[in-house]
Design a protein around this ligand. Structure first.
Ligand code: HEC
Length: 135
């Protein structure tokens, strides 16, 4: 292989290795385990280790679709995680805004609007959507 071609191949491999993995369910799972499982439980059914120390009950997150007529409430989940509601409610759940400073992706709302949304936030939301109870 000519040297230039080796270099190009190496650079391509390096770029692929460094590229963010995008808003995949498995990336969301990793983020969930790192940032959320301590309160919401590693199976997302509540009862994480930190939950006991809180004065409020930490909800399980696998029944969100069932509680919303069978449709996973993505927008509400995104808003909750991002912390839009947090301050208003004086809520216990921490704000994760800064965690989502990375690249964004176009999120299509039910109204058809496209909102630039942090990939990590979309990944988390997709992960939670994937662990909903059967209805
Ligand atoms: C310090 C504990 C704690 C951590 C960490 C935490 N949460 Fe929460 N979460 C709560 C509590 C408590 C509530 C109930 C509402 C409130 O008081 O804020 C809640 C509510 C929610 C809700 C709304 C549930 C519903 O029934 O509407 C979602 C969705 C959620 N959390 C997702 C997450 C995700 C995703 C993460 C990780 C990025 C996370 N939470 C990290 C404590 C936590």
């Amino acid at each position: 292989m000519p040297r230039a071609q080796i270099l190009v191949t190496l650079i391509a491999a390096l770029a692929a290795a460094c590229a963010p993995p995008g808003p995949t369910v498995s990336r969301g799972e990793g983020l969930y385990m790192r940032h959320c499982a301590s309160c919401h439980g590693s199976d997302a059914r509540g009862g994480g280790a930190r939950a006991e120390a809180l004065s409020v009950a930490v909800p399980g997150l696998t029944g969100l679709a069932a509680a919303h007529g069978g449709t996973f409430p993505s927008e509400a989940v995104i808003a909750t995680i991002y912390g839009y509601r947090g301050k208003q409610l004086g809520a216990t759940m921490p704000e994760f805004g800064p965690l989502f400073d990375g690249p964004t992706v176009g999120w299509i709302t039910p109204d058809g609007d496209v909102i630039e949304t942090p990939e990590a936030l979309v990944a988390l939301t997709r992960y939670l959507a994937s662990v909903q109870d059967e209805i």
